[in-house]
Design a protein around this ligand. Sequence first.
Ligand code: ADP
Length: 377
Amino acid sequence: MFEEIKIGIIGGGQLGSMLIRYAIDFGLNVSVLDIDPEAPCSRYSNSFHLGDPLKFEDVVNFGKNLDIVTIEKEAVDVTALKRLRDIGVKVYPSPETLEIIQDKYLQKEYLKKFDIPVAMGWLITDKEELSRHADKLPAVLKKCTQGYDGRGVLKLRTVEDISKAFNGPCVLEELVDIRQEISVIVSRSESGIIECYDPVHMVFDEERMLLDFQICPADLDNDTAVRICTIAKQVAKAVDLTGIMAVEMFVASNGKVYVNELAPRPHNSGHHTIEAARTSQFEQQIRLILGLPMGRTDSTMPSAMINILEPAAHRKQAIMNALKTILFADNVHLHWYGKRGGIEGRKMGHITITDVQREEAIAKSIMIRHILKCGHA
Ligand code: ADP
């Protein structure tokens, strides 16, 4: 039965720990690999392996005796995943899918081949080359690899900004006049069945380029909503996905839709599916990598989701008091990740608010964000 299936999760952060929660429902035997001995999963798996997901040996040693290996972050050694697959371990997403997604330029070029709309971009090898592209400013500079949560993304408005540019390979991308940032969790079975969760509107903190809160369903006209889901499905097919994937998109002010980024794993923008969809993104991932039937992806209720970031040290007690106040409200669900504190701005948890009325969920989330910021109602 299921307890005989040995599953490995590479990455032991909050996404991994939420995946474990659903793996428990299936009675699975879960191992986790992470470089940080204090990663959240270290407390939830008695088979927690300390090792570097970017090191070939660590990944192969971790996975070689498992049946299925999956990921909760993209920064994983792909050669090791290929080796695991060659020795008979099932790997989801496929190493090839991951390879495309690990490099922002490669990803863009790959999607273009399938006529998937992406913003125009130019490969830049170093700062010196960047100054030869000054005519393309204003634009956005993105590190090709290893960028996340806005680290590795820089808006270049004028030539003076070039001095702040990253070293190493980057993509210089046209600046899109964004009306809405949308994410769709798409779900694809090994046999090719594809379904989309309802699109989510993500609202970013402009300064830190970090997700502030999100609303599901996004406020989209029918035509755009259909177009977005069609594109998400095209992307899932193009990368031959098995499992779930977040497809982040921009809706530009002229109505055009661009695919910005892919994450072939459970994603921050799918947290609301725990309380507000028929099947959570985590259960869906477990079902799909086990080859079980896909769960329903429709929403059960509108929702809003707020990330809780590590506050400045002097505000810790205020946040704790605020959480106690917030939890008096109905249909407010706290997820605390149990991460080591001390890094201001780090994602420490999230709150999902559900309501039969979308506007009510939004109103409540505005109030909760205010309480979190100010410490009182
Ligand atoms: P990360 O991989 O760090 O999440 P993203 O590519 O998602 O980086 O970019 C972070 C944020 O920067 C986006 O959510 C968006 O707000 C902004 N951004 C990224 N690309 C563009 C673009 N081409 N035009 C305008 N804004 C952009």
